[in-house]
Design a protein around this ligand. Sequence first.
Ligand SMILES: [Zn+2]
Length: 307
Amino acid sequence: MFIKPRYESTELQLLRYLSKRMNLTDKEKQYYVNLKKGYEGELSFDMLLENLSDEWLILSDLLLEVNNTMFQIDSLLVSRHSIFLFEVKNYEGDYYIDADKWYSVASGNEIKDPLLQLKRSEFLLRRLLQDLNFNFSIEAYLIFISPKFTLYQAPRNLPIIFPTQLHYFMKNLNKKSSKLNEKHSGFAELLVNKHLNDSSFTQVPNYDYEQLRKGVICKCCYSFLISREENKLVCAKCLCKEDIESAILRNVEQLTLLFPDKKVTTNLVHEWCEAIVSKKRVWRILTKNFRKVGQGKFSYYVHLPKS
Ligand SMILES: [Zn+2]
Protein backbone atom coordinates (compact mmCIF):
# COMPACT_ATOMS: atom_id res chain seq x y z
CA MET A 1 0.00 0.00 0.00
CA PHE A 2 1.48 3.33 -1.04
CA ILE A 3 1.50 5.66 1.95
CA LYS A 4 3.43 8.36 0.18
CA PRO A 5 3.24 8.49 -3.61
CA ARG A 6 5.94 9.81 -5.88
CA TYR A 7 5.57 13.11 -7.69
CA GLU A 8 7.59 14.62 -10.45
CA SER A 9 9.92 17.15 -8.84
CA THR A 10 9.51 20.85 -9.58
CA GLU A 11 13.07 20.87 -10.85
CA LEU A 12 12.26 18.20 -13.44
CA GLN A 13 9.08 20.01 -14.52
CA LEU A 14 10.95 23.31 -14.88
CA LEU A 15 13.68 21.68 -16.92
CA ARG A 16 11.13 19.97 -19.17
CA TYR A 17 9.37 23.25 -19.98
CA LEU A 18 12.64 25.12 -20.37
CA SER A 19 14.05 22.44 -22.67
CA LYS A 20 11.15 23.18 -25.01
CA ARG A 21 11.07 26.94 -24.66
CA MET A 22 14.77 27.84 -24.76
CA ASN A 23 18.12 26.42 -25.84
CA LEU A 24 19.82 24.49 -23.07
CA THR A 25 23.57 23.97 -23.11
CA ASP A 26 24.80 20.40 -23.67
CA LYS A 27 25.60 20.14 -19.98
CA GLU A 28 22.12 21.34 -18.98
CA LYS A 29 20.54 18.95 -21.49
CA GLN A 30 22.55 16.05 -20.10
CA TYR A 31 21.53 16.91 -16.55
CA TYR A 32 17.86 17.08 -17.59
CA VAL A 33 18.07 13.76 -19.46
CA ASN A 34 19.68 12.05 -16.45
CA LEU A 35 17.13 13.48 -14.06
CA LYS A 36 14.28 12.38 -16.29
CA LYS A 37 15.74 8.93 -16.75
CA GLY A 38 16.21 8.54 -13.01
CA TYR A 39 12.59 9.49 -12.40
CA GLU A 40 11.36 7.06 -15.05
CA GLY A 41 13.39 4.31 -13.40
CA GLU A 42 11.80 5.07 -10.04
CA LEU A 43 8.33 4.94 -11.63
CA SER A 44 9.15 1.53 -13.13
CA PHE A 45 10.18 0.31 -9.70
CA ASP A 46 6.93 1.68 -8.21
CA MET A 47 5.05 -0.45 -10.73
CA LEU A 48 6.78 -3.55 -9.39
CA LEU A 49 6.01 -2.53 -5.82
CA GLU A 50 2.34 -2.21 -6.73
CA ASN A 51 2.21 -6.00 -6.90
CA LEU A 52 3.06 -6.33 -3.23
CA SER A 53 0.26 -7.21 -0.85
CA ASP A 54 -1.39 -4.47 1.20
CA GLU A 55 0.58 -5.62 4.23
CA TRP A 56 3.52 -3.60 2.98
CA LEU A 57 3.67 0.10 3.64
CA ILE A 58 5.45 1.83 0.78
CA LEU A 59 6.94 5.31 1.00
CA SER A 60 8.36 6.81 -2.17
CA ASP A 61 10.83 9.61 -2.54
CA LEU A 62 11.57 10.76 0.98
CA LEU A 63 13.83 13.64 1.81
CA LEU A 64 14.81 13.42 5.46
CA GLU A 65 17.15 15.13 7.82
CA VAL A 66 19.13 13.86 10.76
CA ASN A 67 21.83 15.80 12.62
CA ASN A 68 21.57 18.64 10.10
CA THR A 69 22.35 16.25 7.27
CA MET A 70 19.84 15.71 4.48
CA PHE A 71 19.41 12.40 2.73
CA GLN A 72 17.06 11.14 0.09
CA ILE A 73 15.43 7.71 -0.16
CA ASP A 74 14.00 6.47 -3.46
CA SER A 75 11.74 3.84 -1.90
CA LEU A 76 11.23 2.59 1.61
CA LEU A 77 9.14 -0.42 2.62
CA VAL A 78 7.90 -1.11 6.09
CA SER A 79 7.38 -4.76 6.95
CA ARG A 80 6.84 -6.53 10.26
CA HIS A 81 10.49 -7.10 11.05
CA SER A 82 12.52 -4.90 8.76
CA ILE A 83 12.64 -1.65 6.92
CA PHE A 84 13.70 -2.06 3.30
CA LEU A 85 15.60 0.79 1.78
CA PHE A 86 15.98 0.95 -2.00
CA GLU A 87 18.21 3.13 -4.11
CA VAL A 88 16.98 2.84 -7.70
CA LYS A 89 19.36 3.38 -10.62
CA ASN A 90 18.22 3.51 -14.22
CA TYR A 91 21.69 3.04 -15.71
CA GLU A 92 22.01 1.65 -19.20
CA GLY A 93 25.07 0.15 -20.89
CA ASP A 94 28.09 -1.76 -19.65
CA TYR A 95 29.94 -1.04 -16.44
CA TYR A 96 32.60 -2.85 -14.46
CA ILE A 97 34.05 -2.87 -10.99
CA ASP A 98 37.80 -2.91 -10.50
CA ALA A 99 39.41 -2.70 -7.07
CA ASP A 100 36.18 -1.37 -5.52
CA LYS A 101 35.88 1.37 -8.12
CA TRP A 102 33.14 1.61 -10.74
CA TYR A 103 33.84 2.36 -14.41
CA SER A 104 31.83 2.85 -17.58
CA VAL A 105 33.01 0.47 -20.33
CA ALA A 106 32.07 2.93 -23.09
CA SER A 107 34.08 5.87 -21.75
CA GLY A 108 36.56 4.06 -19.52
CA ASN A 109 35.87 6.78 -16.93
CA GLU A 110 35.34 6.13 -13.26
CA ILE A 111 31.78 6.81 -12.11
CA LYS A 112 30.43 7.63 -8.68
CA ASP A 113 30.13 4.41 -6.68
CA PRO A 114 26.35 4.04 -6.18
CA LEU A 115 26.95 1.71 -3.22
CA LEU A 116 28.52 4.58 -1.29
CA GLN A 117 25.29 6.55 -1.68
CA LEU A 118 23.31 3.54 -0.48
CA LYS A 119 25.58 3.09 2.54
CA ARG A 120 25.26 6.77 3.42
CA SER A 121 21.45 6.64 3.28
CA GLU A 122 21.40 3.45 5.33
CA PHE A 123 23.68 4.96 7.95
CA LEU A 124 21.61 8.15 8.24
CA LEU A 125 18.33 6.23 8.33
CA ARG A 126 19.72 4.10 11.17
CA ARG A 127 20.62 7.26 13.05
CA LEU A 128 17.12 8.59 12.50
CA LEU A 129 15.55 5.34 13.77
CA GLN A 130 17.69 5.56 16.91
CA ASP A 131 16.65 9.17 17.45
CA LEU A 132 13.00 8.23 17.08
CA ASN A 133 13.37 5.15 19.31
CA PHE A 134 12.49 2.55 16.72
CA ASN A 135 14.49 -0.65 16.67
CA PHE A 136 13.64 -2.03 13.23
CA SER A 137 16.46 -3.65 11.34
CA ILE A 138 17.30 -2.17 7.94
CA GLU A 139 17.89 -4.05 4.70
CA ALA A 140 19.32 -1.79 2.02
CA TYR A 141 19.53 -2.65 -1.67
CA LEU A 142 20.72 -1.02 -4.84
CA ILE A 143 18.23 -1.72 -7.62
CA PHE A 144 19.24 -1.64 -11.27
CA ILE A 145 15.93 -1.35 -13.06
CA SER A 146 16.88 -1.21 -16.76
CA PRO A 147 17.27 -4.51 -18.65
CA LYS A 148 19.87 -2.69 -20.75
CA PHE A 149 22.30 -2.59 -17.80
CA THR A 150 25.26 -4.92 -17.34
CA LEU A 151 27.83 -4.91 -14.56
CA TYR A 152 30.99 -6.95 -15.03
CA GLN A 153 33.26 -8.23 -12.28
CA ALA A 154 30.75 -7.62 -9.52
CA PRO A 155 31.41 -9.64 -6.35
CA ARG A 156 28.43 -11.85 -5.49
CA ASN A 157 27.96 -10.53 -1.96
CA LEU A 158 27.07 -6.94 -2.87
CA PRO A 159 23.58 -5.70 -1.89
CA ILE A 160 22.59 -5.27 -5.53
CA ILE A 161 19.48 -6.51 -7.32
CA PHE A 162 20.04 -6.80 -11.06
CA PRO A 163 17.23 -6.53 -13.64
CA THR A 164 17.28 -10.30 -14.16
CA GLN A 165 16.78 -10.86 -10.42
CA LEU A 166 13.97 -8.39 -9.84
CA HIS A 167 11.14 -10.81 -10.55
CA TYR A 168 12.28 -13.34 -7.92
CA PHE A 169 13.28 -10.66 -5.49
CA MET A 170 9.75 -9.22 -5.52
CA LYS A 171 8.24 -12.68 -5.30
CA ASN A 172 10.34 -13.44 -2.21
CA LEU A 173 9.42 -10.12 -0.65
CA ASN A 174 5.75 -10.97 -0.99
CA LYS A 175 6.34 -14.29 0.76
CA LYS A 176 7.83 -12.43 3.72
CA SER A 177 4.83 -10.21 4.31
CA SER A 178 3.07 -10.51 7.61
CA LYS A 179 0.65 -8.54 9.74
CA LEU A 180 1.63 -5.03 10.68
CA ASN A 181 0.48 -3.22 13.79
CA GLU A 182 0.04 0.37 14.94
CA LYS A 183 3.74 0.74 15.60
CA HIS A 184 4.42 0.22 11.90
CA SER A 185 1.75 2.57 10.63
CA GLY A 186 2.80 5.14 13.24
CA PHE A 187 6.37 4.91 12.05
CA ALA A 188 5.34 5.35 8.39
CA GLU A 189 3.23 8.35 9.29
CA LEU A 190 6.07 9.89 11.25
CA LEU A 191 8.40 9.62 8.26
CA VAL A 192 5.81 11.21 5.97
CA ASN A 193 5.55 14.10 8.44
CA LYS A 194 9.32 14.40 8.56
CA HIS A 195 9.60 14.56 4.78
CA LEU A 196 11.08 17.86 3.65
CA ASN A 197 10.14 19.70 0.50
CA ASP A 198 13.29 20.52 -1.34
CA SER A 199 13.28 23.93 -2.93
CA SER A 200 16.87 24.03 -4.07
CA PHE A 201 16.89 23.88 -7.84
CA THR A 202 20.50 24.74 -8.29
CA GLN A 203 20.76 23.03 -11.65
CA VAL A 204 17.98 24.99 -13.35
CA PRO A 205 19.50 27.55 -15.74
CA ASN A 206 18.63 31.24 -15.53
CA TYR A 207 15.79 32.34 -17.77
CA ASP A 208 13.48 35.28 -18.31
CA TYR A 209 10.05 35.70 -19.82
CA GLU A 210 11.11 37.55 -22.97
CA GLN A 211 13.64 34.90 -23.86
CA LEU A 212 11.26 31.91 -23.70
CA ARG A 213 9.37 30.64 -26.71
CA LYS A 214 5.63 31.27 -26.36
CA GLY A 215 2.93 28.90 -27.46
CA VAL A 216 0.88 25.94 -26.28
CA ILE A 217 2.81 22.72 -25.75
CA CYS A 218 1.16 19.35 -26.50
CA LYS A 219 0.37 17.41 -23.34
CA CYS A 220 1.49 14.12 -24.88
CA CYS A 221 4.68 14.83 -26.80
CA TYR A 222 5.48 18.38 -25.64
CA SER A 223 5.74 19.74 -29.17
CA PHE A 224 4.49 23.17 -30.28
CA LEU A 225 2.73 21.82 -33.35
CA ILE A 226 -0.73 22.63 -32.11
CA SER A 227 -3.65 23.70 -34.24
CA ARG A 228 -7.30 24.41 -33.48
CA GLU A 229 -10.18 22.16 -34.38
CA GLU A 230 -13.50 23.47 -33.06
CA ASN A 231 -13.36 22.99 -29.30
CA LYS A 232 -10.11 21.04 -29.29
CA LEU A 233 -6.45 21.65 -29.82
CA VAL A 234 -4.80 19.03 -31.99
CA CYS A 235 -1.12 18.18 -32.13
CA ALA A 236 0.17 17.79 -35.67
CA LYS A 237 3.03 15.63 -34.46
CA CYS A 238 1.26 12.98 -32.36
CA LEU A 239 -2.43 13.74 -33.17
CA CYS A 240 -3.20 14.05 -29.46
CA LYS A 241 -6.39 16.08 -28.85
CA GLU A 242 -7.18 18.18 -25.81
CA ASP A 243 -10.08 20.41 -24.80
CA ILE A 244 -9.16 24.05 -25.27
CA GLU A 245 -9.92 24.89 -21.67
CA SER A 246 -7.74 22.16 -20.18
CA ALA A 247 -4.91 22.97 -22.61
CA ILE A 248 -4.98 26.66 -21.69
CA LEU A 249 -5.11 25.86 -17.97
CA ARG A 250 -2.21 23.43 -18.32
CA ASN A 251 -0.13 26.11 -20.02
CA VAL A 252 -1.10 28.64 -17.35
CA GLU A 253 0.23 26.13 -14.78
CA GLN A 254 3.53 26.09 -16.68
CA LEU A 255 3.58 29.85 -16.73
CA THR A 256 3.02 30.14 -13.00
CA LEU A 257 5.56 27.43 -12.22
CA LEU A 258 8.18 29.18 -14.36
CA PHE A 259 7.25 32.68 -13.14
CA PRO A 260 5.70 32.43 -9.67
CA ASP A 261 5.97 36.21 -9.24
CA LYS A 262 4.18 37.16 -12.44
CA LYS A 263 0.57 38.27 -12.15
CA VAL A 264 -1.70 36.12 -14.30
CA THR A 265 -3.70 38.40 -16.60
CA THR A 266 -5.76 37.84 -19.72
CA ASN A 267 -3.18 39.62 -21.85
CA LEU A 268 -0.29 37.64 -20.41
CA VAL A 269 -1.98 34.28 -20.93
CA HIS A 270 -3.10 35.30 -24.40
CA GLU A 271 0.49 36.09 -25.29
CA TRP A 272 1.91 33.04 -23.51
CA CYS A 273 -0.41 30.79 -25.53
CA GLU A 274 0.58 32.67 -28.68
CA ALA A 275 -2.97 33.86 -29.32
CA ILE A 276 -4.19 30.35 -30.15
CA VAL A 277 -7.58 31.44 -28.83
CA SER A 278 -9.14 34.88 -28.54
CA LYS A 279 -8.60 37.16 -25.54
CA LYS A 280 -12.28 36.79 -24.80
CA ARG A 281 -11.91 33.01 -24.61
CA VAL A 282 -8.87 33.35 -22.32
CA TRP A 283 -10.82 35.77 -20.13
CA ARG A 284 -13.73 33.30 -19.87
CA ILE A 285 -11.43 30.41 -18.94
CA LEU A 286 -9.59 32.47 -16.32
CA THR A 287 -12.80 33.85 -14.83
CA LYS A 288 -14.23 30.36 -14.53
CA ASN A 289 -11.17 28.75 -12.96
CA PHE A 290 -9.45 31.49 -11.00
CA ARG A 291 -10.35 34.21 -8.57
CA LYS A 292 -10.14 37.71 -9.94
CA VAL A 293 -8.29 40.28 -7.88
CA GLY A 294 -8.76 43.99 -8.55
CA GLN A 295 -10.68 45.74 -11.28
CA GLY A 296 -10.13 46.99 -14.80
CA LYS A 297 -6.75 46.88 -16.40
CA PHE A 298 -4.95 46.23 -13.12
CA SER A 299 -6.91 43.05 -12.39
CA TYR A 300 -5.21 39.67 -12.27
CA TYR A 301 -6.10 36.12 -11.39
CA VAL A 302 -5.11 33.88 -8.50
CA HIS A 303 -5.89 30.24 -7.76
CA LEU A 304 -9.22 29.55 -6.16
CA PRO A 305 -8.84 28.39 -2.57
CA LYS A 306 -8.79 24.58 -2.41
CA SER A 307 -12.13 23.32 -1.13
ZN1 LIG B 1 1.83 15.87 -29.48
